[in-house]
Design a binder for this molecule. Sequence first.
Ligand code: ZN
Length: 248
Amino acid sequence: MKIYYSDESHILIMGKVRLTWLGHSCFEVRSRSRLLIDPFLDNNPAATVRSGEVETDFIAVTHGHFDHLGDTVSIARRIGCRVFCIHELSQYLRSRGVLTEGMNIGGTIKLQDLAVTMTPACHSSSIDEAGHLFDGGKAAGFIIRTGGVCIYHAGDTGLFRDMQLIGDLYKPDVAIIPIGGRYTMDANDAALAVGMLRPKITIPMHYNTYEHISQDPHIFSSEVKKVSDANVVILDVNGHICIKAKDC
Ligand code: ZN
C-alpha cells in the first residue's frame, strides 16, 4: 500500500486521515471520527489550544503522568466522550465522573471507524491529584488504525527491542516517537526505534516543552536517515499532515 502525505508546505492531498500536533505528546487523529491523544493543553507552555475549545469523539491516554492525562477529566466531562486507557487509569477516571473504555496491553477496542490497540511502553505511571498519588497501572502506547492508515503513538518510553515486533505485527505507516531524553528516549535512541518500527513517516514529540527535555529535532532527522528511509516530518505546534492510503 502506498501512502501519500502532505504537510503545510505541500499541496493538500484530499486527506483521508489528518494528524495534528497540539504540543508535547498531544495529537488529534481525524478521520470520520476524531481521537485526541494525551490532551495536555491548559498547563502546557508549548500549547496554544485550550481545553475548553476542543471537540472530539474519543480520547486516548497513554499513562497517568500530568503531562499526558492533562485535561482529560474536564474535556471528557464537558463533551461526554469516552476515554481509552489502561484498566487502573480507567477506574480512577470513572471515579471522577468520566466515561471510560478500560483495556490493557495487547488488547484492541473497535469503535466507529477506529481500532485502537494498546502496546507496551518502557516507562512508569501514576496519577497525582493535589499531592495524592493514585495507581496509574502501566504506561502504554497505542496503535491506531483508521481510514486505511496505521499510526503508532509510542507514549513515553525508553528504547525496547519489542519495537521490532510492533513493526512486524502492525506495520505502522506513521510512528510518533518521543525524542526529548531524560524521561524518554533521546534523538539517537528514537532513531534506532524508527529503524525497528520501519514506518513510512515518523514524527518527533515530547521535546522542547520544558528546558530539561530540550532537543534539536534535526539531530533526530539526520540519525533516522542513517538507519531508515522513513520521511521525518517535524511539525510546528498546531501543524498537521494529511495521509491517504491509495487503496482505501
Ligand atoms: Zn510520563
